[in-house]
Design a protein around this ligand. Structure first.
Ligand SMILES: [Fe+2]
Length: 335
């Protein structure tokens, strides 16, 4: 891999539009995010971790309009601002301060790189308790600590970008921001169905993926899902039951992924954007050697198959063609 321009520190926030802001807000609160403020037509949401708001909602026809990374230094912003396609460094009209450089990725997604925002203090996280499992007894004379109601989202953890050419898109994010491949799911012709990329923080362990670059069955471009960490399995399952009672649409889960290792649970918002709860991710550092996984060998550790509503964002003839190609690849190489 060529030396990247900068190495980003973390995924910072997303800007999301919805035509019905009231129902989007209600969903996000029942999903487990918390409103920080409503100002200038935007609603700022946060998780319980110490950070600036991770989800900025406004009224509009789009879905995810911007993804944002936190930079290591103002010098890194300077480096990016010298690119012909980048904006100058500017200070946003938002009370969290900081400085931003804005770029546009090869499929037209707006990407903000931010430095110097002031973090909000952490909030009370989901309750947790010790376990009496695996032949060991750690919860003695105590009830399990489980809250009824929505999950408590900790933070924005990752997102998946769909496009017709995931390799090209991965190369751009890798060259600009230092994202590095953890694993890929490949088809028999060697093309990537999914590339999981993580932050490059050297020896420091980070989440298995921060961006997944996925081949879009309809060959369109979009953020296919946004994924948020919750505290533990009980918190994830409490949230699952709560969302089910509220009649939201579960599109995949609960299960445990093979690549990434997370326990996952995916839900569709009223505007059709998929939001994931996850807990217990694999952690990797620069000692990890990226590996390819044949699509025929892709099995989650446990859990149901994804629903069509998870797999297909928009139906067109390309979906049929690509689904047939993948089904054939899964069956022909499995034997
Ligand atoms: Fe995910």
């Amino acid at each position: 891999m060529e030396t990247p321009l900068i190495r980003v520190k973390q995924l910072a926030y997303v800007r999301v539009e919805a035509t019905d802001v009231a129902s989007a807000e209600k969903f996000l609160q029942e999903f487990g995010l918390q409103v920080v403020e409503r100002t200038n037509g935007q609603t700022y949401f946060r998780g319980t971790d110490a950070a600036t708001p991770c989800y900025i909602l406004s009224e509009g026809p789009g879905t995810v309009t911007t993804i944002a990374f936190e930079a290591e230094s103002v010098e890194d912003l300077q480096t990016l601002s010298e690119l012909p396609e980048a904006s100058e460094i500017y200070s946003p009209n938002e009370r969290y301060g900081g400085k931003i450089v804005r770029l546009t990725d090869p499929v037209g997604m707006s990407v903000e790189v931010v430095y110097g925002r002031e973090a909000l203090a952490s909030m009370e996280a989901a309750p947790s308790h010790a376990f009496n499992m695996n032949g060991e007894r750690h919860r003695v004379g105590e009830l399990p600590a489980v809250a009824y109601g929505p999950s408590k989202v900790k933070r924005l953890g990752h997102l998946v970008l769909e496009s017709a050419d995931p390799e090209k898109l991965y190369d751009w994010y890798s060259c600009h921001f230092g994202l590095t491949k953890s694993d890929a799911v490949v088809l028999p012709d060697g093309s990537s169905q999914m590339i999981f990329s993580r932050l490059d923080r050297g020896e420091e362990y980070v989440d298995h993926h921060v961006i997944g670059f996925q081949f879009a069955l309809d060959e369109g471009t979009r953020v296919q899902h946004l994924a948020f960490e919750v505290g533990n399995m009980d918190d994830l399952m409490s949230g699952h039951e709560f969302l089910k009672r509220r009649k939201y649409k579960n599109v995949w889960g609960v299960g445990r992924h093979l690549l990434g290792g997370q326990i996952f649970d995916y839900w569709k918002s009223p505007s059709g954007l998929i939001h994931e709860h996850w807990t217990d991710t694999d952690l990797l550092n620069n000692a990890h050697e990226p590996g390819d996984c044949k699509i025929s060998e892709m099995r989650d550790y446990w859990g149901p198959e994804p629903t069509p509503a998870f797999l297909v964002s928009r139906w067109n003839f390309k979906v049929i063609k690509n689904l047939l190609r993948i089904v054939k690849a899964r069956s022909s190489t499995a034997s």
